[in-house]
Design a protein around this ligand. Sequence first.
Ligand code: NI
Ligand code: MN
Length: 233
Amino acid sequence: MNLNGINLTWLGHETFRIETPAGKRLIVDPWVMGNPACPAKEKDIRKVDVMLCTHGHFDHIGDAVEIGKKHNPLVVAIPELAHWLEKKGVKQVSSMNKGGTQTVGDIKVTMVHADHSCGITDGDQIVYGGEACGYVIEFSNGVKIYHAGDTNVFGDMAIIHDLYAPQIAMIPIGDHYTMSPREAAYACNLLKPKTVIPMHFGTFPVLTGRPGDLQKLLPGVEIIEMTPGITLS
Ligand code: NI
Ligand code: MN
């Protein structure tokens, strides 16, 4: 994997901290303080410039309001989730929908489909959160990363390859709430990435899929098992 000036840190589950070639700090799916897979030393967030939210489940936006209010990042989300975040006091929200691309900081972000649910737990209510999505993130150095969000496999992943050709795919493999390794292997055959970073496994006992299971099904593909808190450059 050639990151060419990008620093990539997995904070466990589906949360990633990414430093762009220009030094901006991006967080995808801000579940940090409440995330049991996030190392203690990573829980004290000091700076965030851009925050991308894939959907409204607690294990993705659990700390979005707190981080958003404290660090005032530019927040990207689908309109219904964006509206909820604004109501909770997050200021710089830049909503968008599937198929659209916008520039935030020094990255280009395209919102793409994900096949999943999207209710927001708000007190004892579940609030409509729009739809779940994924993102293709294009950096100024030409690296493109697809973060699939929570999803099952769907045939239109082939369109994501045809239109955007991300070299790196972050895909869920845990099973139960998302793709299993078997579905994830099928997804990789549609997406054709050079490198796969598995996520959404091991956090809870039901998330049983493992990177080794995926590697067995895709012997020719580079599959990187990250360790939470360790940065790849
Ligand atoms: Ni979810
Ligand atoms: Mn999830």
